[in-house]
Design a protein around this ligand. Structure first.
Ligand code: 9MR
Length: 393
């Protein structure tokens, strides 16, 4: 009966649309103007949180009010770009500096935003008292393990109840360009504590803050390769599968999403396949650090539109691919940009030879770029049957 009615209504609509070949929109039913809607409002339609990494110096800079305004108005989730890392939290052994991180938590609370905690265990941005102590032998392996447990416990307890997702372990897997090229656990922690530090870290984090979702986070996980020994996504897939099967309390995989327009990159189906593989293990997914950088050739720096436009278009396409895949995976909880303006982006400070940049949604004067509108349109035009409503998390 209902179906019949629907068919009749559509038939009438087609008839009315007549030669114009359009379905008429009755008065008052036109959708709201999308250009006035924020990313976070559009994400909310899908129950998808739209986040950004936050540079605390920029957030606090009274001479740069636009930064603060946009963090507030466009995003429903924030990540500390640096201030929750070990070197920032405990620059001197035993003396914690919670101030800047607490400020971000308070900002998020006031603005009704979720917080992604970044990061509990990583081989970079460790305090020198720790790395030097290990190097000169004053910190033994047993003590190092205790220190890691203490760090995770203290930090997760300090922020208990205020963190939605924790990046518990970050960037533990090597890359195919490392030696050996077969993917392996790399860096300080694997070197000193062996592979079990990963499972330990998740257990310690769960014990300290049982309500936070616990993530493994890494880059170059956007798509599978040949599933051979140098396929990082496949390595991480097997690693988290093993963790899950062993009862380790891991809840999700964060795919960072640092892309560059000089690479071939992926299509949305390849990216969706990787997200689906992770969620098929019973894990949530998230894009955690998305940006798309480009080489700043002399032409780009000189303002040559023949060089700038293809980069802006390629970057917009790459952003869009990740967003579409996230929308199509119902377990993709959040989509976080690693900064939103070229005024404050890690890219040009990191990639200097050749110089890279143009990696975010807004230019240095806070003008939205093509990618901003691409993300908006993805959020607006996505719907069934490929994008289904996701549950409240
Ligand atoms: O954006 C961060 C930059 O300000 C720091 O100097 C850098 C130091 O390692 O870390 C950057 O953030 C990284 C993040 O914590 C983990 N994934 C890669 C990010 C970009 O390097």
């Amino acid at each position: 009966m209902r179906l019949r009615r629907l068919l009749l209504v559509s038939a009438a609509a087609v008839a009315l649309g007549g030669t114009l070949n359009v379905v008429p929109v009755s008065a008052g039913s036109s959708p709201p103007d999308p250009s006035n809607q924020s990313l976070k409002a559009l994400g909310q339609r899908h129950n998808l949180y739209i986040g950004t990494a936050v540079d605390m110096a920029a957030l606090d800079d009274p001479a740069d009010p636009k930064y603060r305004e946009l963090v507030k108005s466009e995003f429903s989730s924030v990540t500390a770009e640096n201030v929750m890392k070990w070197e920032s939290l405990e620059p001197t052994r035993g003396t914690y500096n919670w101030g800047p991180a607490d400020k971000l938590i308070e900002f998020a609370r006031k603005n009704n935003q979720k917080v992604r905690g970044h990061v509990l265990v990583w081989q970079n941005q460790l305090p020198t008292w720790l790395t030097e102590g290990v190097a000169n032998g004053t910190i033994s392996t047993t003590e190092l393990r205790d220190l890691l447990k203490k760090h995770i416990t203290n930090v997760a307890k300090h922020f208990k109840g205020k963190i939605w997702q924790w990046d518990v372990v970050n960037e533990a897997a090597s890359d195919p360009w490392d030696s050996p090229s077969s993917i392996h656990l790399k860096g300080f922690w694997a070197q000193h504590l062996g592979p079990n530090y990963i499972a330990d870290a998740f257990r310690w984090a769960r014990a300290a803050d049982p309500s936070a979702l616990l993530f493994y986070n890494d880059y170059n996980l956007e798509a599978f390769g040949d599933k051979g020994p140098s396929d990082k996504t496949y390595y991480v897939y097997n690693m988290v599968k093993q963790l899950k099967q062993s009862g380790v309390p891991i809840d999700g995989v964060g795919s960072q999403g640092h892309l560059g327009t000089q690479y071939g990159n992926y299509n949305a189906f390849q990216v969706k396949e990787a997200l689906d593989a992770f969620s098929g293990l019973g894990l949530s997914t998230a894009f955690t650090e998305v940006d798309v950088r480009s080489q700043m050739t002399a032409g780009v720096q000189g303002g040559d539109s023949n060089e700038i436009n293809p980069r802006l278009q390629a970057s917009s396409d790459n952003f869009s691919v990740l967003m579409q895949a996230c929308l199509a995976n119902r377990h993709c909880l959040s989509f976080t940009f690693w900064g939103f303006t070229d005024k404050h982006s890690w890219v040009p400070t990191w990639f200097t030879d050749p110089l890279e940049g143009l990696a975010t949604l807004y230019d240095e004067s806070y003008q939205p770029k093509r990618a901003y509108y691409a993300i908006k349109s993805d959020l607006i035009f996505a719907g069934p049957p490929y994008v289904l409503p996701r549950g409240k998390k």
